[in-house]
Design a protein around this ligand. Structure first.
Ligand code: SF4
Length: 345
């Protein structure tokens, strides 16, 4: 029984090892939330199928990789419920029931869906053949993910509030249709999600191959950071640099290091006391120093997959108890008490 009233629900798709953008953009917030709220952190493997249905053979390994990343950074299964979406079949049933009350045009107007279809198809002419029924229905599945635990606080960045409107609308529609006050309307829990750039200056992303993984070795981190784009106007070592034009290393310094180090780098850069190569070498050292203990813990956990999956099984069990109860209540509200009658025989 959690001592906290507010329920935070959030998830990640298992598409491979996580990068430092996931750490600073999401996991740092989760580490705080687990101390103050009843948290449900889900590896949403059904969602991985919405766009990667032809790569399902990777899912098991990817679930393991994400779990290793979560546990090694400090997500604590004793503070938060850490579970696998597909281990909770009640979510799929709630998804089905909610889909029955969801107007078609609500799904079609969902802005994130349009972006996902565009991303998936690459070319508009291919959109209809590549977008599946499952993808179109993903906002309903996301709503079921939240409502099954009556999640009322959902972490989102300032620019992502619209993502939640759909879930709020469905919760309200359910309550209105069946004249109950059952589902809370999930509210945004605004988080600071700094834009973490990859080494090419674009947003850090797994598919862009511009990322630095939490699990990367020191050597690989150094090699990647060496390639990071700096101040393009700085030609030689004697030219003063401009931290405000520095595309990747300086922005990373502002996220990863403290003010004193940032000021020192700024001063040395702008007085041409340090070259970009040396500056990037030092940045790689800061990243490696910070992630060193996390990487060690990750390597230890990776040697014991059975133990790691046991942790997930425990979370699945806890999550499922709540999900079973919610689904039972939803079925009663919707008039499915006939199911209880059948169970008598
Ligand atoms: Fe960027 Fe460092 Fe080069 Fe300055 S010295 S431009 S901060 S990499």
């Amino acid at each position: 029984m959690s001592p906290f009233e507010d329920k935070v629900m959030s998830g990640m798709r298992p598409t491979g090892r996580l990068h430092i953008g996931h750490y600073y953009g999401t996991l740092v917030n989760w580490l705080e939330f687990q101390k103050h709220y009843d948290c449900f952190f889900s590896i949403v493997d059904w969602h991985a199928l919405t766009t990667k249905y032809n790569e399902s053979a990777q899912i098991k390994q990817n679930v393991f990789e994400v779990l290793l990343d979560w546990l090694s950074v400090g997500i604590n299964p004793e503070q938060a419920t850490v579970y696998l979406q597909s281990a909770i079949p009640e979510i799929a049933i709630l998804h089905l029931l909610l889909s029955m009350i969801t107007p078609q045009n609500w799904v079609e107007r969902e802005p994130t869906l349009k972006d996902m279809i565009k991303m998936l198809a690459g070319d508009e002419s291919e959109a209809s053949s590549k977008a599946t029924y499952g993808l179109i229905g993903y906002p309903v599945l996301m709503t079921a993910d939240i409502l099954i635990f009556k999640g009322n606080l959902i972490p989102v960045g300032k620019d992502q509030e619209s993502h939640l409107e759909f879930a709020r609308d469905i919760a309200r529609r359910f309550n209105n249709l069946y004249k109950v006050n059952y589902f809370p309307e999930p509210k945004p829990k605004f988080t600071l999600t700094p834009l973490i750039k990859g080494i090419d200056g674009q947003k850090m992303g797994k598919s862009a191959e511009n990322d630095i993984k939490i699990a990367d070795t020191n050597e690989l981190t150094k090699a990647k950071i060496t390639k990071a784009i700096t101040d393009r106007s700085r030609i030689s070592l004697s030219d003063p640099g401009h931290t405000d034009l520095c595309e990747v290393p300086y922005p990373l310094y502002t996220i990863i290091t403290d003010k004193a180090i940032q000021n020192q780098v700024k001063n040395e850069c702008e007085s041409a006391l340090i070259g970009c190569l040396e500056c990037k070498k030092q940045l790689a050292n800061h990243i490696n120093d910070f992630f060193g203990p996390i990487r060690e813990k990750r390597a230890m956990l990776a040697k014991n997959p059975d133990e790691v999956f046991k942790i997930l099984a425990y979370g699945n069990q806890q999550a499922r108890k709540i999900a079973i109860q919610t689904l039972k209540e939803v079925e009663e509200i919707m008039g499915f008490s006939v199911l209880d009658q059948c169970e008598l025989f």
